[in-house]
Design a protein around this ligand. Structure first.
Ligand SMILES: Cc1cc2nc3c(=O)[nH]c(=O)nc-3n(C[C@H](O)[C@H](O)[C@H](O)COP(=O)(O)O)c2cc1C
Length: 250
């Protein structure tokens, strides 16, 4: 962990966020990610070592506990604060829940209500709209909200929430052009990052989200997920723009 902290320091990040939330078996069952929730002394020791080894603020993201019978987030939050983390994000599920069932934010409220806690607490789990963001912020008293799945293929969720918090009004959804442009940019970055073949293939799972609400998009989507050539893919995106540009989205 100390070595990893030194490697990421080279990128000059604003913070180093340690992920003790990952539930997948190959991580969590090897005493990494959410696995550390089963050994709090080890989690504390690892985190303390990272805090001591870097001048960057260290933050943590974790879950409520390993399973329903071992929810320990109130203790974990206190102990991590005591060894110097600067903020904590809580995904309000247990490791056992993976991504299923409803996130139970009442545990996040318990952490916030603990008079010993002073660091910012960010809530995470199931927030997918401006209304829900406001409701959860007010009901559970968090200092911030993290959003995962609702942002996949819909990065506008952040500006929509900010706008709603600032004005109390729902802003207009993104235009067709913004959506198509975002898909195009994502494809371009995916290819730059992963190489042509993998970049094209990994992008396939995202088209459905980018084009949610585009009626009769299915034939275009089929072509997008079967095609390997980037130039053909870009031209299909051009076609979508031409066809849907003037239409009202639902
Ligand atoms: C496909 C996928 C990949 C994820 N990868 C990470 C990750 O690398 N690091 C992390 O902290 N959380 C990761 N998460 C968890 C999310 O950040 C978030 O905690 C979780 O999805 C609950 O929030 P949500 O209901 O807003 O999605 C991932 C979630 C999904 C669905």
């Amino acid at each position: 962990m100390i070595q990893a902290a030194h490697i990421v320091e080279n990128a000059n990040p604003d913070v180093i966020d340690i992920n003790y939330g990952c539930p997948v078996a190959k991580v969590a069952c090897r005493m990494a990610g959410a696995g550390l929730l089963q050994d709090v002394p080890k989690m504390v020791e690892l985190t303390a070592a990272v805090v001591k080894s870097t001048s960057k603020p260290v933050t943590v993201k974790t879950r409520l506990g390993w399973d329903d019978n071992t929810i320990n987030i109130v203790e974990v939050a206190e102990r991590l604060q005591d060894i110097g983390i600067q903020a904590l994000t809580i995904h309000a599920r247990t490791r056992k829940q993976m991504y299923k069932g409803e996130a139970d934010w009442s545990w996040i409220a318990k952490v916030k209500e603990n008079p010993r806690m002073t660091i910012p607490i960010f809530g995470n789990g199931d927030v997918d709209s401006p209304e829900k963001a406001l409701e959860y912020r007010n009901r559970y008293g968090v200092d911030g909200i993290m959003i995962g799945r609702a942002a996949i293929g819909y990065p506008w969720v952040f500006r929509e929430i900010k706008h709603y918090f600032a004005t109390g009004e729902l802003m207009a959804p993104p235009t067709t052009e913004e959506r198509v442009e975002a898909a195009r940019q994502h494809l371009r970055h995916s290819i730059e990052w992963k190489g042509e073949k993998l970049g094209v293939v990994e992008m396939r799972r995202h088209y459905t989200n980018y084009f949610k609400g585009f009626h009769s998009i299915k034939p275009y989507r089929s072509r997008l997920v079967e095609e390997y050539s980037p130039s053909v893919l870009y031209s299909i995106l051009d076609e979508i723009m031409e066809v849907y540009g003037e239409l009202e989205l639902t």
